[in-house]
Ligand binder design. Structure first.
Ligand code: AMP
Ligand code: TRP
Length: 339
């Protein structure tokens, strides 16, 4: 099926340039990506085609700006363009092309079952067809690079299983073509909850409407501190880990994901102590991560030529990998005249 025996295993992942990136995106995705760079061959894309799935939410000029912002945040988070291919999804046309082929191989029942589709279509004014077929585009992103692992937060697991299933279905219909990918989900930080409402996942769209919901990676230090100090906990005042509320568990998870400890180890240090101590230390840990990230981000954005050159080279490297896989899939499906 593939000639993959003599190369490093591959990773592919992406983030939508659809709003301000938050600490959930960082802990669930970017932090893992950074740590994989020496072990894997890495592809990280800014998935702007996915951001079009709710067109009302992204004006063209904003989308263009957010695409650069997200790319710069990858680099500021420690993604090294020498070790990782960083590119913009829409600049590698194979993604949109394979997405169509996979859309045709996607049973409607599978697409209808996606929980993200269900929740996003409840809040959209008009539900575009792209919101439903979104997982086929995501499958194309992954399968074009023959990714072994897809490092994401817990909310994306179902989409990766979809990619795996659609790859298997294509292989069955047309013969062995695609490698089946696996989700890679961090043990801590895979599902960071909203600080204002810890029963809801921290999300870019809610963060834009509700200050105090998310910690934006580019938020000012005082805003970060304020959001954490005001985070919803419960009516108690001292930590009892065995009975901790979702809000407290969330704060401990944030700390643990940053420090690389388990939540139990972190919680043991705060057992029986007032919530204020935990909050203060979480705020310090978060700021300790975000301060250097913001500084690197400002440097990268200050040098437009640099970011452009990274993305140009990234798109070229991505095309060199994706185009032959697309060609193989088209031949397998009988498209065009090439055999
Ligand atoms: P998105 O914001 O949907 O483009 O997500 C980009 C990446 O961040 C994906 O890998 C998501 O699984 C991850 N992610 C998004 N929200 C969270 C969250 N609240 N906690 C942990 N990971 C998240
Ligand atoms: N759907 C993902 C999200 O919203 C983003 C995404 C698009 C992605 N294509 C991908 C993630 C491929 C991993 C691999 O988070």
């Amino acid at each position: 099926m593939t000639e993959s025996n003599h190369r490093k295993p591959r990773v592919l992942s992406g983030v939508q340039p659809s709003g301000a990136l938050h600490i959930g995106n960082y802990l669930g995705a970017l932090l893992q990506w950074k740590d994989l760079q020496d072990t894997y061959e890495n592809f990280f894309c800014v998935v702007d085609l996915h951001a079009l799935t709710v067109p009302e939410n992204v004006k063209p000029a904003v989308l263009r700006e957010k695409t650069l912002e997200v790319a710069a945040l990858y680099l500021a988070s420690g993604i090294d363009p020498k070790r990782s291919t960083v590119f913009v999804q829409s600049e590698v046309s194979a993604h949109a092309e394979l997405a169509w082929v996979l859309t045709c191989a996607s049973p409607l029942g599978w697409l209808n079952r996606m929980t993200q589709f269900k929740s996003k279509s409840e809040s959209a004014h008009t539900v575009g067809a792209g919101l439903l077929t979104y997982p086929a585009l995501m499958a194309a992103d992954i399968l074009l690079y023959e990714a072994d692992q897809v490092p994401v937060g817990a909310d994306q697991k179902q989409h990766i299983e979809f990619a795996r299933d659609v790859a298997a279905r294509f292989n069955e219909l047309y013969g062995p073509t695609f490698k089946l990918p696996n989700p890679m989900i961090p043990p801590t930080g895979a599902r960071i909850m909203g600080l204002d409402a810890p029963e809801q996942k921290m999300s870019k769209s809610t963060g834009e409407k509700a200050p105090g919901h998310a910690i934006g990676l580019l938020d000012a230090p005082n805003a970060v501190k304020k959001a954490i100090m005001r985070a919803v906990t419960d009516t108690g005042s001292e930590l009892v880990w065995a009975e901790a509320s979702p809000g407290l568990k969330n704060l401990v998870s944030i700390y643990a994901a940053i420090s690389g400890e388990t939540p139990d180890v972190v919680a043991a240090r705060y057992e029986g102590r007032g919530y204020g101590y935990l909050k203060k230390d979480v705020a310090e840990a978060v700021e300790g991560t975000l301060a250097p990230l913001r500084a690197r981000y400002a440097e990268i954005r200050g040098d437009v030529g640099y970011l452009d050159s990274v993305l140009d080279a990234g798109a070229e490297r991505a095309r060199a990998v994706a185009d032959p896989v697309l060609a193989r899939a088209k031949i397998a499906a009988g498209l065009g005249r090439t055999r």
